[in-house]
Design a protein around this ligand. Structure first.
Ligand code: GLC
Length: 497
């Protein structure tokens, strides 16, 4: 056979195989397809199981890792970063301060006017902008210039009444929600990026120096008085309004937690003992991992293909950046192996991160009798039309499995922290503990937050649960950073404006 003939024969054979496959797909009777889809669902559900016993093991593992991370740098997957915040806001803070909040898809610039004792927050104003995706993987200068420009505009447009008195520079609290090794309250180097950022030339750099240089380039006169993680800002913001706030949890694009630790329980802290005897710790719990975590084949694949393989495993199970993506992966397997959406795998379903958690949340919360929202979301985001009610029910069920596992694990993480703090049982003195929570996932994914709170109560038991409460600290992280800028101001002893 000549080359052409061989080629034709090969193409012919391929076509036959293709047609045969199509016939098999079509012949695979809907009952067979359905059974296969159900078995994928059931297996996923089993592997995602979080019975109470398992959650308690996860909580214990969290406590153990917290201890280990406090002993030495690198002692645990939990970084247990020292924040240099040894005094949370008291309410005496006074003056006009700024905050820059960078931590996910959006960033905010805020101005807060503090009225000292009794005065509280007299005035606050903010502007929000999204980070263009290209800047998340570009250069450090490009990212910081973009932020500095927005800040410059915000400051340029402000009213005279907010101007600082002569000789006094504006001061800013910088909420930078990534793992940072702090060297003081207003300096620290980036350990690594998380949440889809990957700007190599920032890693190992002092982020305050990066910001300060960008501010200079854009002609903004401003001193960075405090560098904080969003968990630290949330804790500070929460404490300002409620003295019982002792821990903060962020559930947004990423997830993390911070709490107040006794300085003497931090062997790796070699600095002077703070007057308060306390130090706030940024756990970076997103990087927690344990053999007790219920990981599935989908989680492994997501991790391997991510920008940070092997890292942020807890975050990849619980946070907003990943929940929709886990769901997409399960649906893809169903489409591929059980022809769940018909003979062809919908092309869009193959695109990583196309199904975002807000879409998943909208489907999960669909209360219409025909699951109309689910149908519309499948159509709009994945180009999947003509789904039956039965199929849409399966999608909701999958949302529920993914969200429930995430929320229950987050609750187990909190239990681990409460144990470390000795607050998981009712104390003699009847003390209360308030957890300041923030983040888009917590705020908008109601099924998730309800499940988290329910699970926390279940794990604590009625008596201990009665001493613990969860408070939504709306945008606490920005305000908290401004408060910490105020308490670390250069002009603390001067009379403020
Ligand atoms: C990621 C970051 C962490 C941050 C959290 C919530 O886990 O590493 O610093 O606090 O997201 O935004």
């Amino acid at each position: 056979m000549g080359k052409v003939a061989v080629g034709a024969a090969v193409i012919g054979a391929a076509a036959v195989v293709g047609v045969a496959a199509l016939v098999v797909r079509q012949r695979m009777k809907s009952s067979g397809r359905w059974a296969r889809a159900m078995s994928i669902l059931k297996e996923f559900e089993e592997k995602c199981g979080t019975p109470e016993g398992k959650l308690k093991q996860v909580a214990d593992a969290m406590t153990v890792e917290m201890h280990a991370g406090l002993v030495s740098e690198g002692g645990s997957k939990l970084k247990m970063l020292i924040s240099y915040v040894d005094n949370l806001p008291t309410g005496d803070e006074d003056g006009v301060f700024y905050a820059l909040d960078l931590g996910g898809t959006n960033f905010r610039v805020l101005r807060v006017q503090l009225g000292g004792k009794e005065g509280g927050i007299v005035h606050q104003e903010f502007t929000e902008a999204s980070i263009p995706p290209a800047l998340m993987g570009g250069t450090s200068d490009a990212l910081f210039d973009y932020i500095a420009e927005k800040l410059a505009k915000f400051v340029d447009e402000e009213e005279q009444m907010f101007h600082q008195p002569p000789g006094r520079q504006r001061e800013l609290g910088f909420t930078f929600s990534f793992p940072v090794m702090q060297t003081s309250i207003n300096s620290g180097t980036l350990i690594r990026w998380t949440k889809g950022f990957s700007i190599n030339d920032t890693v190992g750099q002092d982020v305050v120096a990066e910001l300060t240089n960008a501010l200079k380039r854009k002609g903004v006169e401003m001193r960075v008085a405090a560098l904080v993680n969003d968990t630290i800002g949330t804790l500070a913001g929460g404490r300002y309004t409620n003295n019982d706030v002792a821990l903060a949890v962020i559930l947004g694009t990423g997830t993390n937690a911070a709490y107040v630790e006794r300085a003497q329980a931090i062997p790796k802290w070699h600095g002077p003992l703070p007057k308060s005897g306390e130090m706030v710790i940024n756990m970076e719990w997103g990087n927690f991992r344990s053999s007790h975590l219920p990981l599935t084949e989908y989680d492994h694949a997501l991790d391997v293909e991510s920008l940070n393989p092997g890292e942020q495993i807890f975050e990849k199970l619980t946070s907003g950046m990943y929940l929709g993506e886990i769901l997409r992966r399960v649906l893809l397997k169903m489409a591929d192996e059980a022809f769940f959406f018909g003979g062809e795998v919908p092309a869009k379903l193959k695109i990583p991160f196309i199904l975002r958690t807000p879409e998943m949340s909208a489907m999960h919360h669909d209360t219409s009798s025909d699951l109309r929202v689910v149908g519309n979301k499948l159509k709009d985001t994945l180009d999947i039309s003509n789904t039956s009610l039965k199929m849409r029910r399966v999608v909701v069920e999958l949302c529920n499995i993914v969200a429930t596992r995430g929320a229950r694990l987050a609750a187990a993480g909190i239990l681990g922290m409460l144990k470390k703090m000795g607050r998981d049982t009712k104390s003699e003195g009847g003390g209360k503990t308030v957890i300041a929570m923030d983040g888009g996932l917590y705020e908008h994914y109601t099924e998730y937050s309800k499940c988290l709170e329910y699970t926390l109560n279940e794990l604590l038991g009625e008596e201990a649960a009665s001493t613990i409460s969860v408070e939504h600290s709306n945008d606490g992280s920005g305000i908290g950073a401004a408060l910490l800028a105020a308490s670390h101001s250069l002009y603390l002893n001067e009379k403020s404006s």
